[in-house]
Design a protein around this ligand. Structure first.
Ligand code: NAD
Length: 249
């Protein structure tokens, strides 16, 4: 059990990558706080974890709202006593080209991806500092590194990468590690609307990937588990690209 006695908060874990991370962490012995904007999704993840013999708690909260984030962290600590691991996973994107989307869309992308990571980190850090221990794993994107479109989302993900490095430098002396994963295309419900328009989208995208396939949520869960575990005890400030070789080309 690589996360025995640990408590993990995983934002946006009612679906896709977050759900895979929550389930993987629970299988490794962590008690998991399952957050999502949608209560039913969070509860479904908790049921899946319970069915596999794990322990988890669903908390509905919009992670772009500071009061809701603070209340979520307090509720999680009241239930499980501590938060050792935070995974800033919640995210979504809207709009592609800065000439076509409006200011509200820009603000929305920055809030869902970047402000949420700031608010959740700010809420868990004081107790991590007190306990001289903690691991934060941010879920960014290859879009935060290369110019692949979805400009507001990509700018927010790039911001997340730099926020990770700054936090790693600042809080390392308190035994807190902060790392970020940049996934390539992962087969999750986030692709729903695009999959509806083009049912072969993953097969088409796979051609761009040296390993010949798009990623699965478990590919990211495995990387997150490593970074959250003591096996990564001397790794902080790292941008880990998990993309089947896409950016290597
Ligand atoms: P998903 O849509 O399957 O899951 C995201 C979850 O986050 C949803 O359940 C949603 O309700 C929740 N969420 C959204 N806004 C929220 C908010 N304000 N508060 C709380 N919960 C909120 O998507 P996914 O593909 O699993 O994406 C997870 C993360 O991975 C995102 O940050 C995304 O940007 C990133 N990512 C995904 C891919 C991909 O191809 N799927 C690639 C790179 C990065």
């Amino acid at each position: 059990m690589r996360l025995a006695d640990k408590v993990a908060l995983v934002t946006g874990s009612g679906s896709g990558i977050g759900r895979a991370i929550a389930e993987r962490f629970a299988r490794e012995g962590a008690r998991v706080i399952v957050n999502d904007l949608h209560r039913d999704r969070a509860e479904e993840t908790v049921q899946r974890i319970a069915a596999a013999g794990g322990e988890a708690l669903a908390i509905q909260a919009d992670v772009t709202q500071s009061a809701a984030v603070q209340a979520m962290v307090e509720q999680g600590i009241a239930a499980f006593g501590q938060i050792d691991i935070l995974v800033n996973n919640a995210g979504a994107s809207q709009g592609d080209d800065i000439l076509t989307f409006d200011e509200a869309t820009w603000d929305w992308n920055l809030a869902v991806v970047l402000k949420s990571a700031y608010l959740c980190s700010r809420a868990v850090l004081p107790r991590m500092i007190e306990r001289r221990s903690g691991a934060i794993v941010n879920i960014s994107s290859v879009n935060g590194i290369a110019g692949l479109g979805e400009e507001a989302y990509s700018a927010a993900k790039a911001g997340m990468n730099v926020l990770t490095k700054n936090m790693a430098v600042k809080y390392g002396r308190f035994g807190i590690r902060v790392n970020v994963i940049c996934p390539g295309t992962i087969r999750t419900p986030i692709w729903g609307p695009r999959l509806e328009k083009d049912p072969l989208i993953f097969e088409k995208l796979a051609k761009w990937y040296p390993l010949g396939r798009v990623g699965e949520p478990e590919d990211i869960a495995n990387a997150a588990l490593f970074l959250a575990s003591d096996e990564a005890s001397w790794i902080t400030g790292t941008v880990l690209i998990v993309d089947g070789g896409l950016l290597a080309g």
